[in-house]
Structure formats: structure tokens, C-alpha cells
Design a protein around this ligand. Structure first.
Ligand SMILES: [Cu+2]
Length: 216
């Protein structure tokens, strides 16, 4: 899955850089301790400043930070850039405490929702192999749409619409959740995202099942 691959790569690189910095700091600390224990340290220096050394490590840290931020942003941009010219659109709204998924391109402007209580989890149905553009917002407080298996997370703000695109290349069903604490029943805000073949998706979209929990 491309989405998963992109963010898996970002995570691996960031973990590798963080691991390298951690080991370097650990090695410097161990070296200083061993020097001290062996008594080879001599007199402590009376210098209070080492401008060149300080400038050196500040530039190394800044270079790491700039690289990580720029590379992550570029990967994110690449992922969004690959969106098709006329993507399918799904309007996602978070509310206390569940989600609704609107399909403005369906004949009956279908909305799928639920109350996320007692197993009533709404299902976000998407076709495989086609780019789906999500318009994400919130009715009340800040929520965050998170699908752990797809490595995807995006905040949902009231009075603001965030857009992002996803292309799922295989059929399946993945659990999504809210990852921004939003009140008493935040923990119940689970939903399913289900990818079905395009033909099945079109039949589902044009069927007259009305609103309610999707059963495609
Ligand atoms: Cu929440």
C-alpha cells in the first residue's frame, strides 16, 4: 500500500536518525565517564566558552532538524500530489462522539453515520484503485482522524476544512479512530474504512439504501 509505504519510510528514517543521535550522545557520555574514572582527565579547563565547538554542534543539530522537516514535508507533498484530476470526494465530519461520511457525488447525497455506541461503528466505503479526496472538518471541537494500519492521521477542526487524498490498492477493512482527546466519549469514536472493488462501490453508491450505517 503506497500510503503505508511512504509513511513507513518516513518513520524508519526518522527512527534511524534519532537512534544515531542517541547512540552518539551515549558514546560521548561513556567516553567522558571512562576518562574521569581512569584519572587521565587532568585539571579542569578554566575556559567558559568554546565558540567554534558550540557553533559546530549547533549547525549539525540544525542540519538534522532542517533535513527531517524538509524531507517529511516533501514526502507528504508527493503523496498528495499524486491525486487524480477528478478524484472521488468524501466529506468527513467529526462530532462528539462519532463520524459522518458524506458522498456528494451520489444521486441521493448519501450520508453514512452512526453514534459509535455499542458497536454501531459507521463504515467509510471507498473503491480500490481510485483516488479518493477527503474533505475533513468538525462540527464542534477538534478531532483527529486516524487509521493506524494505513499510517494516516489528520486533524479535524471546526470552521476549517482539511483536504487529503488516499488511493487504496487492495480490498480490505481497517479500523479508524479519533486520536485527539475530545471529551467524555472520545474513546468510543471508532469507525471502519472499507475498500471494495470499483464496480461494487458504484453499485453501492447508486443503490437507494438511504442514510444510515453502510453495509456494502
Ligand atoms: Cu476524540
Amino acid at each position: 500500500m503506497r500510503q503505508r509505504h511512504v509513511f513507513g519510510t518516513v518513520f524508519t528514517l526518522e527512527a534511524a536518525v534519532a537512534g544515531f543521535v542517541f547512540l552518539a550522545v551515549l558514546a560521548a557520555l561513556a567516553w567522558a565517564l571512562l576518562q574521569r574514572r581512569s584519572g587521565r582527565q587532568g585539571e579542569a579547563s578554566s575556559r567558559s566558552e568554546r565558540p567554534r565547538l558550540e557553533a559546530f554542534y549547533v549547525s549539525v543539530l540544525a542540519a538534522f532538524a532542517v533535513f527531517l522537516v524538509a524531507w517529511t514535508a516533501w514526502q507528504n507533498h508527493e503523496e498528495h500530489h499524486s491525486a487524480a484530476a477528478r478524484p472521488l470526494r468524501v466529506d468527513v465530519t467529526g462530532f462528539q462522539w462519532c463520524w459522518s461520511f458524506g458522498y456528494p457525488q451520489s444521486p441521493d447525497h448519501r450520508t453514512v453515520s452512526g453514534n459509535c455506541r455499542g458497536g454501531d461503528m459507521p463504515t467509510l466505503v471507498v473503491p480500490t484503485g481510485r483516488t479518493v479526496q477527503f474533505h475533513l472538518t468538525s462540527k464542534d471541537v477538534i478531532h483527529s482522524l486516524w487509521v493506524p494500519a494505513l499510517r494516516y492521521k489528520m486533524d479535524a477542526f471546526p470552521h476549517h476544512v482539511n483536504t487529503f487524498s488516499i488511493t487504496l490498492d487492495r480490498e480490505g477493512r481497517w479500523r479508524g479512530r479519533c486520536s485527539e482527546f475530545c471529551g467524555q466519549r472520545h474513546y468510543t469514536m471508532d469507525f471502519w474504512i472499507k475498500a471494495v472493488p470499483p464496480g461494487e462501490y458504484d453499485r453501492w453508491l447508486h443503490s437507494h439504501a438511504g442514510t444510515g450505517t453502510a453495509a456494502a
